[in-house]
Ligand binder design. Structure first.
Ligand code: ARG
Length: 458
């Protein structure tokens, strides 16, 4: 028998039970549901709706139910519909009529809103903690590679020389914003919804501030109708997760490219690669590919839930029960992926020589040489043309800038002096970058300092 069966003349079909239930996935909310109920009954006691004995009986029984669930002694039944009903039904089974008082001044609509907010708050903190682990790894990797040269690309064509330390600091910034984005959301999740009832408020002077205080919420919601219809914070969470996953996916794409035989910048650890069942020479970057692939799931969860919410009339609608699949699914993918990704990059070997040679062979100093001429008095456009011509000739002869003698340089312009040879050292190209936030050793050292400040303060 359903707890809400009073106005029904027959029981629901089992097909309906199968289709309607959320217990198969919302059971993971049990500890939030029980916590919310315990605080709710304490509040009912404070305002005189249950007596001390009743309150204690309910709290004790809820504690027993929690233990049973955690020891796998609790049977979740499809016909119990959802976690709220399953627990309340068991409570009544255990302590009889007293248990029937728990749902006074409460509806499942504000109850689920509370459970979801408690879950989301916890998961934001969990995700932030894992992001922080990744941020620290990126700091370590940057420190180890302040002077590791690397080709920087635009259009995936060699552009200018950067350092690997600078590259890792680039991703530090992206994941730092993700961390902050989750922080911003936390402010809006931290608003307590319980005690507004189904949609209009309840006919009792519930002390919602008492509940918020006991549960550690900063604030309480302002409008009952909004409270039970609001899932903005889930959309925001799915959005933050999606943006973060785009960062992960782009990073993975580069790891895949850089670990290919053609690039050979990175060598992936055997523990995070797989072989081919037919081609003996293969070592595949599956972790990076899977994370790149899973971005599809994370982003479609965002779009999926946007679509579910679009056009819903106020206030609660059963459509909103679907929020769990999106939220729980994304949370699992995000936590799993962040953890393994951190291990992947930590264990990757860097082929510094190969990266250095790629810098030399790609004519990546062309802009720097043009700037040499500009500093000697030539107009930039003119210098651009001359160096373009130089590259084209070198390419034909299969030579690089470093193969040229001072006499050869002079053929292109009298501005060139002996110091062009020194000027062409890779560290000079990097350290010539003077603007704030550039790839120069000093600039990256400063970046790392700021990054450390961030991880220490958060
Ligand atoms: N299982 C429901 C959900 O997750 C709980 C709220 C049900 N409310 C209702 N009016 N049927 O959304």
């Amino acid at each position: 028998m359903k707890l809400w069966s009073g106005r029904f003349n027959k029981s629901t079909s089992s097909l309906m039970d199968q289709f309607n239930n959320s217990i198969t996935f919302d059971y993971i909310l049990y500890k939030y549901d029980i916590l919310g109920s315990i605080v709710h009954v304490k509040m009912l006691y404070e305002i005189g709706l249950v007596n001390n004995g009743e309150k204690n009986k309910i709290i004790d029984a809820l504690g027993i139910i929690k233990n049973e669930i955690e020891n796998d002694e609790f049977e979740f039944k499809i016909e119990d519909e959802d976690i709220h009903m399953a627990i309340e039904k068991e409570l009544i089974k255990k302590i009889g009529n007293v248990g029937k008082k728990l749902h006074t001044a409460r509806s499942r609509n504000d109850q689920i809103a509370l459970d979801m907010k408690l879950y989301t708050k916890d998961k934001i903190i969990e995700i932030q903690n894992v992001i922080k682990v990744l941020l620290k790894t990126l700091i370590e990797l940057s420190e180890e590679n302040i002077s590791t040269f690397m080709p920087g690309y635009t259009h995936l064509q060699g552009a200018q020389i950067i350092t690997l330390g600078f590259y890792f600091q680039c991703y530090f910034q992206k994941f730092k914003r993700d961390y902050e984005r989750f922080d911003d959301i936390l402010d809006r999740v931290d608003v307590m919804p319980l005690g507004v009832g189904a949609l209009a408020g309840v006919n009792y002077e519930t002390d919602r501030f008492f509940i918020a205080n006991k549960l550690g919420f900063k604030n309480i919601t302002e409008n009952a109708l909004d409270t039970v219809s609001d899932r903005d914070y889930i959309l925001e969470y799915l959005n933050a997760a999606s943006i973060m996953f785009i960062h992960l996916s782009r990073f993975c794409e580069e790891i895949i490219i850089y670990s290919s035989q053609e690039y050979n910048f990175f060598k992936l650890d055997d523990a995070y690669s797989t072989g081919s069942s037919i081609m003996p020479q293969k070592k595949n970057p599956d972790v990076a590919e899977l994370i790149r692939g899973k971005s599809g799931e994370v982003i479609s969860n965002l779009f999926g839930f946007f679509t579910t919410m679009k056009g819903l009339p106020l206030a609660y609608n059963k459509d909103m029960q679907e929020d769990k699949k999106y939220l729980f699914g994304t949370t699992k993918v995000v936590l799993d992926s962040l953890e393994i990704f951190n291990n992947l990059i930590k264990s990757t070997k860097i082929n510094k020589e190969v990266m250095k040679n790629a810098c030399l062979n790609g004519y990546l100093q062309a802009t720097d040489i043009a700037d040499y001429l500009v500093k000697g008095g030539m107009e930039f456009r003119e210098a651009h043309k001359i160096i373009g011509n130089m590259v084209s000739n070198l390419e034909k002869e299969n030579k690089i800038f470093q193969d040229m003698t001072i006499e050869e340089f002079k053929k292109y312009s009298e501005i060139f002096e002996e110091d062009i040879i020194e000027y062409l050292k890779l560290e000079n190209s990097v350290n010539m970058k003077k603007s704030y936030g550039s790839t120069s050793f000093d600039s990256v050292i400063k970046m790392i300092e700021n990054s450390k400040k961030f991880t220490n303060e958060n």
